[in-house]
Design a binder for this molecule. Structure first.
Ligand code: SF4
Ligand code: FES
Length: 247
């Protein structure tokens, strides 16, 4: 099928940017959005033009590198699906797609569809790490963890740090991301040791850069890891707990 792409082109952070229109005459319904960009780029390279810059790595929904906005929605039309798994089967011959970077003040454009998501890294640096005394490895069953709690922690650990939740939020809130990290680490026995200072540091870091949450809910619908809205309640829970605890 022939698709028309309106793609955001921006030479660098100081360039105002603009949409450029391209034709891809040989798109297939089973192609992903990234494969569509690959097809466009091979045509651009063959024509001696600058290819469209975009991030990708695993293309398996694991790394979180690939977020772009498709027709106004972070990652694309399918809910809970990263850009690398968004297929073109909802489009028909002659359709037009608008592809632009993730849109959030905290994610400045680096080039074309690539954005700088280091604001998320700064929240992680504030507290999403674990102090583990080195030495002899403990017995595997020395620290008990019940299966149900471990499953919940692993569900929250599925966050791939893509930033789509921030881009989907009208306030630019990162609470889904922060809540996923806080709850994941609070539920695991080893990382729960630093629970209180972690909550203080991560909440403070996120409030310094990201907007407040007003429970709009779109964050959870675009999240490729399916992080539920109760992660946001987890932010409030960890924050309140940190107010009343010394450690
Ligand atoms: S919570 Fe979901 S949308 Fe937000 S960064 Fe993590 S994986 Fe991406
Ligand atoms: S490229 Fe890794 S999640 Fe999409």
């Amino acid at each position: 099928m022939r698709l028309t792409l309106r793609v955001w082109r921006q030479a660098g952070p100081d360039d105002p940017g603009r949409f450029a229109e391209y034709e891809v005459p040989d798109a297939e319904p089973e192609m992903s959005v990234l494969e569509l960009l690959d097809a466009l780029n091979s045509r651009l390279v063959d024509a001696g033009e600058e290819p469209v810059a975009f991030d990708s790595d695993c293309r398996e929904g694991i790394c979180g590198a690939c977020g772009v906005t498709v027709d106004g929605r972070p990652h694309g039309a399918a809910e809970n699906t990263p850009s690398c798994h968004q297929r073109l089967n909802g489009y028909t011959d002659g359709d037009t797609l608008r592809i632009e970077p993730l849109r959030a003040t905290v994610f400045p454009v680096v080039r074309d569809l690539m954005v700088d998501r280091s604001s998320l890294d700064r929240v992680l640096e504030a507290g999403a790490h674990v102090w583990i005394p080195s030495g002899t490895a403990p017995d595997a069953d020395a620290t008990l963890q019940d299966h149900a709690t471990a499953e919940v922690a692993l569900d929250f650990a599925a966050c791939i740090g893509c930033g789509a939740c921030v881009a989907a939020c009208p306030n630019g809130s990162a609470n889904l991301f922060v809540g996923a990290k806080l709850r994941h680490l609070a539920l695991m026995p080893v990382s729960s040791f630093d629970r209180t200072p972690r909550a203080r540091a991560m909440v403070e870091a996120s409030e310094g850069e990201f907007g407040p949450c007003s429970l709009y809910g779109e964050c959870s619908r675009v999240c490729p890891a399916g992080i539920p809205l109760r992660a946001i309640a987890g932010v409030n829970r960890e924050r309140l707990r940190a107010v009343f605890k010394r450690r």
